[in-house]
Design a protein around this ligand. Structure first.
Ligand SMILES: *Cc1c(COP(=O)(O)O)cnc(C)c1O
Length: 370
C-alpha cells in the first residue's frame, strides 16, 4: 500500500477472548482457528496470543500454514482442517501436524506418506453430517472408518479425532442443528463400535461454542470468537472484545460549493457548501465498492458515511462545516470504545459477516501490534 494506513491488532484482546472462551467451555479443550492469516490479524502473533490465553490446539486450513506455525517455534498440537488429497502430507507428518481425512482417497495418500515419513499420521476422520461441504457422507462413513482402522492396525495412522462441522450454528433454533448433532452421534457410535478410540470428538465453531453446550464435546474450534467476533445475529456477547482497529489519515481537505458531484458517477452531490475529506484507501485495500453511502468511518470523534463511489485507492467523506485538516486520523472500524464503528457494523451495513470485513482489510493492510 502507498499510504499511511494500518490495522492495529490488540493481542491482549485475543489473549483475553481466548481465556474467557476457555473458561466458558469448562472441561472441553479449545482449538484457536488461525486460518486466513489469523482472520487477517496475523497468523503467528494471533496463534501465540491464543496459546497465551489457554488455547490447547491450533486449527489451520492447509499444510503450508501448519508448517509456518512450526517454523515459528510453535509446538502446540495443530490440525489442518481441509481434506486435500494433494497436500504435502509427508511434511505435515514429519512436523507432527494432525491431518483431516474425509475420504478413502485421502486416507490412502496419507497412509503412503506415513510409510515414507516412517511414522504414523495422526488423523481426524471427518463426517459430513449435513453441511455437504468436506467429509464423508453417511453412506461413505463406514467404509472410511474400516479403512482407517486397517491403516491403524498396520501402524500407518493414529485415529486421533472424529469430527464434523455445523452449517447453521449461527441460526438459533434451526432444525439442522439437532439433525446434525444426531447424525454426528450416530457417526461416533458407529466408529466406536467398530473399534475407534478417539482422543477427541469435536463439532462446535464460535456460535455453537457461545450458544450450544451440547456441541462442545471434547474440543471446541473457535475462530471468530478469539478475535472478538461472532456470526450470531447482532454479533457476539459483549465480553468478547474486537481485536482489530483499522485507521488511516485524511490526505486532503477542501471546501466545495453546493451542488458538487462527488466521485465516479456523481452518486453523491453536496447539498450545501461543505468540506470534503479524501480518505486514501479503496477497494484495492479491502473497502468494498458496496460500502458507498452505507458504511461509516470516524474522524475527530464524529461518524461520517462514505460519500459517493468507493474508488480503487480512495473515497470521500463529507465533513460539513466541522474543522478538519489533512493528516486527521480516520478510523474505519475498531472495538467501539470511542464511538467508532465496529467490524460488525460494517458487516451489517454491507449485508455480510464481520469475518469478511476483517479478512478483507487485515490480509492487505500493514499491521502493528499492541
Ligand atoms: C473456520 C472454521 C471454524 C471456525 O469457525 P468460527 O465461526 O470462526 O469459530 C471451525 N471449524 C471449521 C471446520 C472451520 O473451517
Amino acid at each position: 500500500m502507498n499510504v499511511i494506513a494500518e490495522a492495529v491488532v490488540d493481542l491482549a484482546a485475543i489473549r483475553g477472548n481466548t481465556a474467557a472462551l476457555d473458561a466458558h467451555v469448562g472441561a472441553a479443550g479449545l482449538m484457536a482457528v488461525v486460518k486466513a492469516d489469523g482472520y487477517g490479524h496475523g497468523m503467528i502473533p494471533a496463534a501465540n496470543a491464543a496459546l497465551a490465553g489457554g488455547a490447547d490446539w491450533l486449527g489451520v486450513v492447509g499444510v503450508a500454514e501448519a508448517v509456518a506455525l512450526r517454523a515459528a517455534g510453535i509446538t502446540a498440537p495443530v490440525l489442518c482442517l481441509m481434506d486435500d488429497p494433494q497436500a504435502a502430507h509427508a511434511e505435515a507428518i514429519g512436523r507432527g501436524v494432525d491431518l483431516c481425512v474425509g475420504s478413502a482417497g485421502t486416507l490412502s495418500r496419507v497412509t503412503a506418506a506415513a510409510c515414507a515419513a516412517g511414522r504414523p499420521a495422526r488423523v481426524h476422520l471427518k463426517a459430513d453430517t449435513g453441511m455437504s461441504r468436506g467429509g464423508a457422507t453417511a453412506a461413505d462413513w463406514p467404509g472410511l472408518v474400516d479403512a482407517a482402522l486397517a491403516a491403524q492396525a498396520a501402524c500407518y495412522v493414529d485415529i486421533t479425532g472424529l469430527w464434523s462441522h455445523l452449517a447453521c450454528a449461527d441460526m438459533p433454533g434451526h432444525p439442522s442443528i439437532a439433525a446434525q448433532l444426531t447424525a454426528f452421534g450416530d457417526a461416533v457410535e458407529l466408529a466406536e463400535k467398530a473399534g475407534v478410540r478417539p482422543e477427541l470428538r469435536h463439532l462446535a465453531n464460535t456460535p455453537a461454542t457461545l450458544t450450544l453446550p451440547q456441541t462442545w464435546l471434547d474440543l471446541v474450534r473457535v475462530g471468530g470468537g478469539i478475535y472478538g467476533l461472532c456470526t450470531l445475529p447482532g454479533g457476539g456477547p459483549d465480553w468478547l472484545r474486537p481485536a482489530m482497529t483499522t485507521r488511516t489519515r485524511l490526505v486532503q481537505v477542501k471546501r466545495v460549493p453546493a451542488g458538487s458531484g462527488v466521485s465516479y458517477g456523481h452518486r453523491y452531490t453536496t447539498k450545501t457548501q461543505t468540506t470534503l475529506g479524501l480518505v486514501p484507501v479503496g477497494y484495492a485495500e479491502g473497502v468494498p465498492r458496496t460500502a458507498a453511502g452505507v458504511a461509516q468511518v470516524q474522524t475527530r470523534g464524529r461518524r461520517r458515511t462514505i460519500s459517493g463511489t468507493v474508488c480503487m485507492d480512495q473515497f470521500v467523506i463529507d465533513l460539513g462545516d466541522e474543522p478538519a485538516e489533512a493528516g486527521d486520523e480516520v478510523v474505519l472500524f475498531g472495538p467501539g470504545d470511542a464511538g467508532e464503528p465496529t467490524a460488525q457494523e460494517w458487516a451489517d451495513a454491507l449485508g455480510t459477516i464481520s469475518y469478511e470485513i476483517v479478512t478483507a482489510f487485515g490480509c492487505r493492510w500493514p499491521k502493528s501490534y499492541r
